[in-house]
Design a protein around this ligand. Structure first.
Ligand code: COA
Ligand code: AMP
Length: 638
C-alpha cells in the first residue's frame, strides 16, 4: 500500500497551524486558546501560547480515569541486579503522587528546578513525572558524568533539590552516587536545599543531617497515607525540563523543553512515525539521562497509553548478547528503539544471531535506530537477522523528536541505504552553502531547518537567550542551524554526513572535544592540545587527545598520558571514554595558527587527505602519523 506520507506532509505545509491544532486535540488541556502559534513571542515564536495543561495528567491520570488503570504502564527489567517489576497505570500514578507529596512537603513548587541523578530504576521516571505534576522543572543528569559536570549543571539550573539513588551499577562495579553529589555541591556556588536519596541495597548512602532525606521511606509514608497531589496547571509554554547537552565548550547547553508543544509532537509520533497503538509495549533501550530516554522511555509511550520498559543493563554482558531478545519476547515488545552501537556490540558477540534464532520474536514489528550514523553494515545485519523494518531516524537533543525518518505509521517509504529517509511534518529541511544559499540536489552542505521549528523543539537555552541565538539562529537568518552536514537527493531523501562543529559521537553519546581540550589544558605539564574523534568499529568514534608538553618537562611521557586519561575521567566522567592520550612535539597548524584537527582525523582514520595549502610545516603531519603508529593506531600516509 502506498505511504500516506506525501499527503500528510503536504497537509502540514498547507496549514501548519491547523495540523498541530489537530495533533493537540489528542490530548487533554486545561485551557485551549484561539492561537496555535505566536510568531512574536521569544526567539522565533512559541506554540500554544495561551493554552494550559499538565504533562503528568496526560501521561497518567487520564489513562487511570478512563480505560487503563490496570494496564502495565512501566516494566522494570534489570538483568544487572536480577530484579523485575511491573507497575500498572494506577500503581504508577500512586507512586508519582507519593513522590510529588514528598517534594511538595519540602517546598518544591511550580517553576522550581530539581536535578535528577539516577540510574535506570523506575524511581527515575517517577521523579520526572512527579516534577511535571507539580509544575517543577526537572533536569536529569546522566549517571556517567563526574561530579564536576554535575556541579556545572547545579550552578546553571540552580535547583532547589536533587533526587538521586545511592548507587548505579555498571558491569563489575557499583558506583556510589552520593559522594559524587556531595563533591558536586561542595564545588558549586549554588547550594540546593535538599537531597532526596533512594537507598539501593547494593550500596547505601551516608546521609547528611538536615539536607539529605530517605526518599524511599518518605514515599512509603505518603503511600500509606494515600496522599493525593493534584496536577498543577501550567502554561503550554512553561518549561517541563532542562536537558544539558554538549556544546563546543566545557559549558554545556541547557536545552529547554516546554509542556504543550512537547506533548503534541510526541503523541503525534507514536502512531504516525513509530506505528504503535495504545496498549502496546514500546521499548527504548537508552537511558533517562539522554533525550531518547526523556522522549521515548518516559513521555511519549505514557502519553500514548503504551507500556514502557525501563531496562537496567547493557546489550552485551548482562549476562550475554541475548538479553535484548529475552526482554522483547518476555514482555511482548512490539518495537525497539536503540543506538546502532548497541547492535554493533551484539553482532560482535553473536555474529550468527544464535540468540535471536532461539527467541520468540513473533510479535516484534520494528527496530528504530538513532543517536549516530547507522552504518549500512550494521543495518543489513540487523535486517537479515530480524526480518522486520529497520528504521534509521535522525534527531538531536535540541529537537526532542525525529527530524528525518521513515514514518511506519503512515506507511513505510522505500529505504535508501545510508539515508534516514525524509523530513517529518513540521520540518522544512534545506541544504545551504556557508553563505546560506540553497544548494542543488546531491550536493553536500549545511543542514538547516526553516523557522519556526515545530512543537517540541527547544524554544531557547536555559537562561541563555543570546547563546541560543548565537549558536543556532545567527549564521543562517530565518533558519535553525543543525550543525550537521549532509546531502539531499532529488527525491528529498537526506543523508547525514558529519557534524560541522567539534562534537563527536561516542557509543551514541554526544561529547564535546572542546570540553576535553579544556580539561587537558589544565594539566600542569601541558602547553597545548587538540582532541579529535577517530573512527572506532564498536563505538563509532573515540576521542583521541594530542598534547604538546611545556618546555623543560622531562617526565616519562607514558606517565603523563596516564594522568591525562585519569583527569578527563575525573572531570567529565567515564562516559567520555577518553582512553587515548598522545604526546607529540608539535601540532600541525595553518600559518595563522589554527590547529588542523580535520587533517589529523583523516590521518588517524587512514583516509586520503589533501595537504592544506596554508599549512605551516608539512613535516608535522608525518610526526602525527608516527605518533599514532607508536600508540597502535594505524595511520597510512596520504
Ligand atoms: N553510570 C556510570 N558509568 C557509566 C554509565 C552510568 N550510567 N554508563 C556508562 N558508564 C561508563 C561505562 O561503565 C564505561 O566505563 P569504563 O570506561 O570503566 O568501561 C564508560 O562509561 C563508557 O561507557 P560506554 O561508552 O557506554 O561503553 P560500554 O563499554 O560500557 O558499553 C555499549 C558499550 C555499546 C554496550 C554501550 O555504549 C551501549 O549500550 N550503548 C547504547 C547507546 C545508547 O543507549 N545511547 C543513547 C542514545 S539512543
Ligand atoms: P544528540 O543530541 O545526543 O541526540 O546527538 C545529535 C547528533 O547525533 C546529531 O546532530 C547527529 O550528528 C547525530 N545523529 C543523531 N541521529 C543520527 C542519525 N540517525 N544519523 C546520523 N547522525 C545522527
Amino acid at each position: 500500500m502506498a505511504s500516506r506520507y506525501p499527503e500528510v506532509y503536504d497537509a502540514w505545509k498547507n496549514d501548519p497551524f491547523g495540523f498541530w491544532r489537530q495533533a493537540a486535540a489528542e490530548l487533554d488541556w486545561i485551557k485551549t486558546g484561539d492561537e496555535v502559534f505566536d510568531p512574536k513571542m521569544d526567539q522565533y515564536g512559541r506554540w500554544f501560547p495561551d493554552w494550559e495543561c499538565n504533562t503528568c495528567y496526560n501521561c497518567l491520570d487520564r489513562h487511570v480515569e478512563r480505560d487503563r488503570p490496570g494496564q502495565p504502564a512501566l516494566i522494570y527489567d534489570s538483568p544487572i541486579t536480577g530484579k523485575k517489576a511491573v507497575y500498572t497505570y494506577a500503581q504508577l500514578l500512586n507512586r508519582v503522587q507519593a513522590m510529588a507529596a514528598v517534594l511538595q512537603d519540602h517546598g518544591i513548587s511550580k517553576g522550581d528546578r530539581v536535578i535528577i541523578y539516577m540510574p535506570m530504576i523506575p524511581e527515575a521516571a517517577m521523579a520526572m513525572l512527579a516534577c511535571a505534576r507539580l509544575g517543577a522543572i526537572h533536569s536529569v543528569v546522566f549517571g556517567g558524568f563526574a561530579a564536576n559536570e554535575l556541579a556545572t549543571r547545579i550552578d546553571d539550573a540552580q535547583p532547589k533539590a536533587i533526587i538521586a539513588a545511592s548507587c548505579g551499577i555498571e558491569p563489575g562495579r557499583v558506583i556510589s552516587y552520593k559522594p559524587l553529589i556531595d563533591q558536586a555541591i561542595e564545588q558549586s556556588q549554588h547550594k540546593p536545599d535538599a537531597c532526596f536519596v533512594i537507598q539501593r541495597e547494593q550500596q547505601k548512602a551516608e546521609m547528611l543531617d538536615g539536607r539529605d532525606h530517605d526518599m524511599g521511606a518518605l514515599m512509603d509514608d505518603a503511600l500509606s497515607q494515600g496522599r493525593k497531589i493534584p496536577c498543577m496547571p501550567v502554561k503550554a509554554t512553561d518549561p517541563l525540563y532542562i536537558l544539558y547537552t554538549s556544546g563546543t565548550t566545557g559549558q554545556p547547553k541547557g536545552v529547554v523543553r516546554d509542556n504543550g508543544g512537547h506533548m503534541a509532537a510526541l503523541k503525534w509520533t507514536m502512531s504516525n512515525l513509530y506505528g504503535i497503538d495504545p496498549g502496546e509495549v514500546f521499548w527504548a533501550a537508552s537511558d533517562v539521562g539522554w533525550v531518547v530516554g526523556h522522549s521515548y522511555i518516559v513521555y511519549a509511550p505514557l502519553l500514548h497509553g503504551c507500556t514502557t520498559v525501563v531496562f537496567e543493563g547493557k546489550p552485551v554482558g548482562t549476562p550475554d548478547a541475548g538479553v535484548f531478545w529475552r526482554v522483547i519476547s518476555e514482555h511482548n515488545v512490539v518495537s525497539l528503539f536503540t543506538a546502532p552501537t548497541a547492535f554493533r556490540a551484539i553482532r560482535k558477540e553473536d555474529p550468527e544471531g544464535t540468540f535471536i534464532a532461539k527467541s520468540d520474536l513473533s510479535q516484534f514489528r520494528s527496530l528504530f535506530l538513532a543517536g549516530e550514523r547507522a552504518d549500512p553494515e550494521t543495518v543489513n545485519w540487523a535486517a537479515d537477522q530480524l526480518n522486520v523494518p529497520i528504521v534509521d531516524h535522525w534527531w538531536q537533543t535540541e529537537t526532542g523528536w525525529c527530524i528525518v525518518g521513515n514514518p511506519l505509521g503512515l506507511g513505510q517509504l522505500p529505504v535508501k541505504p545510508g539515508s534516514p529517509t525524509v523530513p517529518m511534518p513540521g520540518y522544512d529541511v534545506q541544504i545551504v552553502d556557508d553563505g546560506g544559499q540553497p544548494l542543488p540536489a546531491d550536493t553536500l552542505g549545511n543542514i538547516v531547518i526553516k523557522l519556526p521549528l515545530p512543537p517540541g523543539c527547544l524554544p531557547t537555552l536555559w537562561n541563555a537567550d543570546k547563546r541560543f541565538f548565537d549558536a543556532y539562529l545567527e549564521e543562517f537568518p530565518g533558519y535553525y542551524k543543525t550543525s550537521d552536514a549532509g546531502i539531499m537527493d532529488g527525491d528529498g531523501y537526506l543523508s547525514i554526513m558529519s557534524r560541522t562543529d567539534d562534537i563527536i559521537n561516542v557509543a551514541g553519546h554526544r561529547l564535546s572535544t572542546g570540553a576535553m581540550e579544556e580539561v587537558l589544558a589544565q594539566h600542569r605539564d601541558v602547553a597545548e592540545c587538540a582532541v579529535i574523534g577517530i573512527a572506532d568499529k564498536l563505538k563509532g568514534q573515540l576521542p583521541c587527545g594530542f598534547v604538546v608538553l611545556k618546555a623543560g618537562v622531562n617526565r616519562d611521557h607514558a606517565e603523563i598520558e596516564a594522568e591525562l586519561i585519569k583527569l578527563v575521567r575525573e572531570r567529565i566522567g567515564p562516559v567520555a571514554a577518553f582512553k587515548i592520550a598522545i604526546t607529540v612535539d608539535r601540532l600541525p597548524k595553518t600559518r595563522s595558527g589554527k590547529i588542523l584537527r580535520g587533517t589529523m582525523r583523516q590521518i588517524a582514520d587512514g583516509e586520503s587527505y589533501r595537504l592544506p595549502a596554508t599549512i605551516d610545516d608539512p613535516a608535522i603531519l608525518d610526526e602525527i602519523s608516527d605518533a599514532l603508529k607508536t600508540h597502535g593506531i594505524s595511520a597510512p600516509s596520504a
